[in-house]
Design a protein around this ligand. Sequence first.
Ligand code: AGP
Length: 615
Amino acid sequence: MCGIVGYLGHRQAYNILISGLHRLEYRGYDSAGVAVVNDDGSLEVCKAKGKVSNLEQAAAGVNLTGHLGIAHTRWATHGEPNNINAHPHLSQDGTLALVHNGTIENYAVIKQMLLDNGVEFTSETDTEVLVQFIAYIRNENGCTLFEAVTSALRQVEGAFAIGLIEVNNPDTLIVARKASPLVIGLGDGETFIASDATPIVGYTDKVIYLKDNEIALIKRDEELQILDLTDFHKSDIDIQEIKLSLAQLEKGGYDTFMLKEIFEQPTTLRDCLRGRIVEESSRIKLSGVELNRDVFAKCKRIVLVACGTSWHAALIGKRLLQDFCNLPVEVEYASEFRYSNPYLTPDDVVIAISQSGETADTLAAIQLARQKGAFVYGVCNVVGASIPRNTDSGTYIHVGPEIGVASTKAFTGQVTVLTLLALAVGQLRGTVSPDTVKEIADGLSSLPETIEEVLKLSPRIKELSNIFTYARNFLYLGRGYNYPTALEGALKLKEISYIHAEGYPAAEMKHGPIALIDQEMPSVIIAPSDSLYDKVISNVQQVKSRGGHVLAIVSKGNTSMDNIADYCLDIPEVHECLTPIVASIPLQLLAYYIAINKGKNVDMPRNLAKSVTVE
Ligand code: AGP
């Protein structure tokens, strides 16, 4: 979703801003813009609809030579994606430029007040309302810019991360945040700001994650000041080290980030498991569980909250926690949970799952759960993101930066961590036998090799993708542990190929979707040799007898599907609870190759954002 970059230092700001925007492209956006306070004292703005490369073309003849600037990638919320609505936005007198992520909910009331006072607007955005409001307060009250910004931000409702610069003031950059992330990078005589750490990597490894309701005054050659917007007390400055490398942010020889991330999974799962299976596979060690033994020993219910792919991981987590912890477990979409007045008590543990750690709905669900006294545990990928900082405890999945908008390695990392979590809690509560822990832990330890084996199917899946690219609709079917795998396979296909796909519990198909089946609508069946295999076989027969084409994912050595399905992909046999991880790999590849055949941009699919920071 929207991305902010800013720079104040001794280098040419424009170059740093553009390279930062490129690094933020993965978040998803539809226009981009840049503003620089030039060395001649002017404030120059340049914007373009579409890609950052369009902005670079538009900026070619423009004077953007200065050492202070802000830039933005916009994912439209208020007003269509075009040059006018793109950020930065200027105050009417042209003295202030603002970039903003988030949404100002009371913008209409403020806009009306400003219109009544003669302010004119050029765009449809809530961001222009904010910058005009700041300028209005400054003019009306004769206060400093910093005072005007704090006053405006105390009056707006909603979410924001902002970066603000002023003409004729090449030495000051103001940033603030509420419910939308913002990172400050501290270099040697230079300061960077960004929505996440990726634009800062390579310049400095020292960062400050601005906390909710904080505002920072960044001045050249002066000590950084951070204040709390609610009571103006000085905040402690907590400098952290980022451990990302430039190599992790590059494609490493693959055509796309998505393909790189699919093929990285043996490594990312090794990283995810490192140090967590101990004593010759007989014990699972998760520090988040060990530090909160009492909470997990006494808890009476677990509620998992998440969105999108992370919600699919949560559905698998439900099965794992039910099977190994003997607890009632519920799964909720974070966006529904936050408005559902959920029944929660201090005996409940809420597990929030999020790759980015910034999803607005998941963050709001966490806040609600904590208000209601539940213990909140995060399962997150991005270190230092808002979700891990707002939960009581948690586990990082440690799969490295995921740049492709369609989640792949983060999904398998999430399911791996949920498996570890269910075993660790089950161990603690005495609800899982040591033999079962050992058997599954052995399977987890072998996952990197198992997935390497599955990845060898890639050429065959590429071939099959040619057969299926014609389809306009797909059905993905699975049962038990693999019903969520079917949902995830369908989501991957939808996201990157724009083909309509529905995931369904295989047995539910006969209650409705069976009406859709004909020769034009292929079904992908996830049918490893598990406890429901025989049941799935009869569901496949129901598809076949209606003329549907079937691609089945089956366990190696089980040939009984060969004469029923049109095509079979053999995956290694693993413990039933690990089948979603293994079976999701061919589904990722199938979606990938179909999307490539259709000429789609798999890393940045239309309309999607990597970090969904609006509700
Ligand atoms: C995954 O392919 C999607 N892009 C999307 O559904 C994503 O999983 C969802 O927005 C949740 O994001 P999060 O894991 O960062 O919270």
